[in-house]
Structures are given as structure tokens and as C-alpha cells.
Design a protein around this ligand. Structure first.
Ligand SMILES: [Mg+2]
Length: 114
């Protein structure tokens, strides 16, 4: 079957192949504490791109690094990230937004006064 580069299934399959290639399952690469540290590291690299005014290309690379880690975390933790995405997306679409300190915020606003 040809790879559909915009298909979630193909993307997840590629991430699974990456995990299999380096045997992440048996080498600590799927330990969640380690993955959280790696995701924080990539988020820092994204931050650096933005705050240091680096190119959009470099930013796209760092965002892709984080996305691959996030997708792999779905594999590592054993949940269906596609299903989780749509459940959360639907929830977010039903939420209200408010301006907070000059910026839009979409939240349940449980602890805030109306
Ligand atoms: Mg990176």
C-alpha cells in the first residue's frame, strides 16, 4: 500500500517503525518519564527558535520533532491518540473563550469569576 503522507495511519506507522528500528520498547525509549524529558527538551528548542528569531524552516523541524515524540508517546503509553485527539477536539470546540490579560483563552474557566 502506498504511503499517504497526510494520513494519520501512515504517520503513526512510520513512528512505530522508528520505535521498532531502535527497539525503544526494550531499551528505555518508551519509558514515560524519559519521554517527558525529551518532549520538554524539544519544547525548549521550539522556544529557542521563536525567541531567537530563527527561520521558519528550523521552527518546523523542531515542531516536527515534538510531534513525533507526542505520537510515539501514544504508542509508548498504549492509547489511541487519534481517538483521544477527536474526543478532545470536540470538547474544545464546545468550550467558551475569554480574553485574559489581552489574549484569547479557551478553557472551562472553573476557578475564575465570571
Ligand atoms: Mg529538536
Amino acid at each position: 500500500m502506498p504511503i499517504q503522507t497526510d494520513s494519520w495511519q501512515s504517520m503513526m506507522q512510520a513512528v512505530q517503525e522508528f520505535h521498532d528500528k531502535h527497539d525503544f520498547k526494550n531499551t528505555g525509549g518508551e519509558e514515560l518519564n524519559y519521554r517527558v524529558a525529551l518532549m520538554a527538551e524539544e519544547l525548549g528548542e521550539i522556544s529557542s527558535c521563536v525567541t531567537k528569531g530563527k527561520s521558519k524552516h528550523l521552527l518546523s523541524e523542531e515542531v516536527a520533532d515534538l510531534l513525533i515524540l507526542v505520537m510515539g508517546t501514544g504508542i509508548a503509553a498504549g492509547f489511541d491518540l487519534n481517538q483521544a485527539f477527536w474526543e478532545k477536539m470536540n470538547e474544545l470546540m464546545a468550550r467558551e473563550s475569554r480574553m485574559v490579560n489581552g489574549r484569547i483563552r479557551v478553557s472551562e474557566f472553573r476557578d475564575m469569576e465570571k
